[in-house]
Design a protein around this ligand. Structure first.
Ligand code: COA
Length: 194
């Protein structure tokens, strides 16, 4: 307990300095600099810093960084496409692909290594004809649990209290209370999650 209190004091005292460092990184090295900074920073600071760079963050969000951010939009709020509802948990190494919004509703659990993708784009290459650029938001509804290393593709909505098993690739919406797993993810269990 005492240790937590001492840590909290240092956390609050250190906030302005951390914010100034993050802003300098962003100013001089742009998004790449910010990504590197957020990768190294103590996880305790992540909710605060992410908010300062445009993310919407509910109270009591716990983040076990480091996190990956890719394809950040331009402008002074590069994390504006992230919304994380109160009391949600984000595990270590979660990957946010940010051309579109990623909305994580309250009390969700996003386990380590999950990748949330909001676009498909092969760039200026032959396959573009067959696979034109597509981008669409991802919504993870309240109380859902995304198991470790799962991949959620662009445009998918995971329903309230639904479970995605570890290692799944989710290509379609998951109904509220559903439990899906595998590649591509399909229902794996007849019992409802809640
Ligand atoms: C999804 C999960 C919760 C299912 O748990 P459960 O409801 O107890 O399910 P069961 O273990 O009874 O398995 C039910 C079926 O799903 C299958 N299954 C379980 N996990 C699976 C997975 N990750 N991928 C594919 N199939 C899976 C089982 O083989 C079983 O299939 P069967 O009925 O054909 O034998 C669990 O397997 C899982 O993936 N948990 C995530 C763990 C994690 O990410 N931890 C990180 C810390 S938060």
């Amino acid at each position: 307990m005492l240790r937590n209190k001492i840590q909290a004091v240092f956390y609050y005292l250190g906030r302005p300095a951390v914010l100034i460092k993050a802003r300098c990184r962003f100013y001089f090295w742009r998004k790449q600099g910010l990504q590197k900074f957020l990768w190294d920073v103590n996880s305790l600071y992540l909710p605060f810093l992410m908010k300062k760079f445009g993310a919407k963050m509910g109270a009591g969000v716990v983040i076990n960084g480091p996190l990956w951010f890719d394809n950040l939009p331009d402008g002074s709020k590069p994390l504006a496409n992230i919304e994380i509802g109160e009391k949600s948990f984000i595990g270590t190494g979660v990957f946010f692909d940010l051309p579109e919004k990623i909305i994580i509703r309250p009390q969700s659990t996003i386990s380590a290594g999950v990748k949330i993708l909001t676009h498909n784009d092969v760039g200026d290459r032959p396959l573009r004809e067959k696979y034109p650029r597509k981008q669409a938001p991802v919504v993870l509804d309240s109380g859902c649990w995304i198991g470790a290393n799962a991949v959620v593709l662009a445009g998918v909505t995971i329903g309230k209290n639904a479970v995605v098993a570890a290692g799944a690739v989710v290509t379609k919406d998951v109904e509220p209370g559903g439990i899906v797993g595998g590649v591509p993810a399909r229902p794996i269990n007849k019992k409802e999650s809640l």
